[in-house]
Structure formats: C-alpha cells, structure tokens
Design a protein around this ligand. Structure first.
Ligand code: PHE
Length: 337
C-alpha cells in the first residue's frame, strides 16, 4: 500500500497543476491510459503472493476511482473556465458606433430649378420639356429667326448637322407646346441649353427655365406682375424689380428683367458692376410671327414668354462668383448647400 502513496501524491499534484484541458488529458493518459501507471500496477499484481493479490487489487480499484473522480472534477472546472474566456474574447459590443454612410443631397442647381418650378406651379403652370438636340426649325426658324437672320449670331451655336443644333435656349419648347396644345396655355420648361462660350459667367452647358402664358386678354401687366412676384418670392419681398426695353425676334415688345443686386442692396458693388442691378432673364409679348408659325389666331389670343438662367439665379441667391463651380463637382463646394 505504501508503494501507491507517492503515486497518489504525484497524481494529486499533477492534476492541480494542469492548467488546460490538453495538459489535463495528458495526465489522464499517463496514469489511466492503456499503458498508464494503473495498468502497470495491475500487471504487477501477478508478482504478489496469492493472499495479497485481492487486497492490492481492491486498493488499485479504489485508487482508480479516486483518480477518475478528481479528473472529472478538474475537467469540469477547466471546461467552464475555457467557455467563459471564449465568451469574453468573442464578446460583441453592440453599443459601439456603426459606420455612417454619407448622405447625399440634390445638387444646388436642381434645388434652384425646383424652387423656380414650385413657384410657377403655385401660379398654375405645368411643366413641359423638349429635346436637347433640336431642329434648327424649332430653335430658330419658327421663333422668327430665319436662316441668315442677324439675331442668330447672338447665340454661339453648336451645330449637329445642317438642320440640327444643340438647343441654344429653351424657347423651342414654346413652339413644340403651341403646336400640340390650344390656348389657354400656361407652361414652364426647365432644361439644359448649349452655347459655345466659357469663362467665369459662361459655361458651354447651362440651364434655363422658359415660361409661356397664352390666353385671351393677356397683357404686359400680367407679365410684369408675374415676374415681380417671382423675384420677390425667391429673393425677398423688398427686392426691387425693373424692366428694360430690349430685343428678341420672338417677342414684341421685348424686355430684360433686372432685380436689385442681392449682394450690395442696389448701392453698387463688384458683382453688379456698380449699377445696383442684376439681369436675370429676358421676356416679352409673344410676337405675331411666332403665332403665325404655330397657327394660333393672334386676334383672339395674346400671351407672354420669359426665359431665365438657373445658374445665374443660384449665383445671385448664394453669392457664388464662378459658374464653373457648379460643374466641377468638388464635394467641399457641393456640401455647403
Ligand atoms: N430665349 C431667350 C434667351 O435665351 C430668352 C427669352 C425667352 C426672351 C422668352 C424672351 C422670351 O436669351
């Protein structure tokens, strides 16, 4: 029996020292495996005198039971510890902030065009559109600018072919609309237009909003009132508006619309070139030649048209001094709006 004592001591010691399941399993194998110490002790029973064999056998059995119990106790403890360590290391902190995706917004020109459209929608206008590659006929001819007309030179045209151009203004939508619809007509036509021009205030592609109102008894007073209300709605009720006599082949009489400079408040500054006024578009009463081209009886009907630049209005509204900023798509510029 005394021979077993140091073995038991060693086992107790090794079980206590086993710091992982792997190490613990190695201890088990060494003592209780097929070629382990317990097996060896059983084999050695053969060398004992017959009367000692059963006593020693029982002692070995007791030892094996004790070893197994100790092993299982320690195994349970180690398993619990490994599990809680795993849970701790794989812990997910759901309160950590996530990755925020940047939120986009409408381009400032789209926003300005919508603001303009919203105002005219509130006045009962609907939205019309036409192609950007336009027939010379609609862009010029039907607007009282026949081939060779000097007014064609007012606009530096991109020609696509002899009879097609990149539209130089949104006015061809007037023609397209009047060819399809009978008066009363009340439309705006926002869209891209093209002219061969490039500097701080000119871009080869820019945006206009055309307006057209045809009905019985439409007068210059209606035109002036409409545009005055428009400027005041967009820029504030104390902004003054003025009309200057001008010339367009498709309106008669024709005017240019100015608003008081939004930068200096009509005192005069660099932006308004010290005049106190800024031009925002052209307008006039629809010319008889245009009514003839679309076969609308101008004894019965009259109307006005206007066209304004969206970039120009956005520049005035937000104090932007270079038109090219709209198209360079620098996020730092765009994010400001
Ligand atoms: N189409 C003209 C231009 O682009 C503006 C305009 C439109 C003038 C309608 C009068 C009537 O310059």
């Amino acid at each position: 029996m005394d021979d077993y004592k140091p073995i038991r001591e060693d086992y107790l010691h090794e079980i206590a020292a086993a710091s992982s399941l792997d190490l613990l399993y190695a201890v088990k194998v060494r003592y209780m495996g097929k070629k382990g110490l317990i097996s060896e002790m059983n084999k050695n029973l053969a060398k004992l005198p017959p009367e000692e064999k059963p006593i020693a056998g029982a002692e070995i059995g007791k030892l094996r039971n004790e070893f197994t119990e100790l092993y299982e106790g320690k195994e349970k403890k180690l398993k619990e510890r490994e599990l809680s360590e795993k849970l701790l290391s794989e812990r997910l902190d759901v309160t950590l902030p996530g990755l925020a995706l940047p939120i986009g917004s409408a381009h400032i020109l789209s926003r300005t065009a919508s603001e303009i459209a919203d105002f005219f929608a509130s006045m009962g206008y609907s939205v019309a559109s036409g192609p950007e590659v336009e027939l010379d006929y609609y862009n010029f001819e039907a607007l009282n600018m026949p081939y060779g007309h000097p007014a064609r030179d007012m606009q530096d045209t991109f020609y696509v072919s002899d009879s097609e151009v990149m539209r130089t203004h949104t006015s061809p939508v007037q023609i397209r609309t009047m060819l399809i619809h009978k008066p009363p007509i009340r439309i705006i036509a926002p869209g891209k237009v093209y002219r061969s021009d490039y500097d701080v205030t000119h871009s080869p592609m820019f945006h206009q909003v055309e307006g057209l109102y045809i009905d019985e008894n439409i007068s210059m007073g209606d035109l002036k009132g409409t545009l005055e209300r428009f400027v005041k709605a967009l820029f504030g009720s104390d902004v003054p508006v003025r009309f200057r006599a001008s010339y367009f082949p498709f309106t008669e009489p024709s005017m240019e619309v100015d608003m008081g400079c939004s930068i200096c408040g009509t005192k005069g500054c660099r932006v308004c070139k010290n005049t106190g006024w800024l031009e925002i578009g052209g307008c006039g009463m629809v010319a008889p030649e245009v009514f003839e081209a679309v076969k609308i009886d101008y004894d019965q009907y009259s109307g006005f048209a206007f066209g304004m630049g969206v970039e120009r209005i956005a520049m005035l509204k937000y104090g932007i001094d270079d038109i090219r900023l709209f198209f360079e798509n620098h996020v730092k510029f765009l994010n400001q709006f």
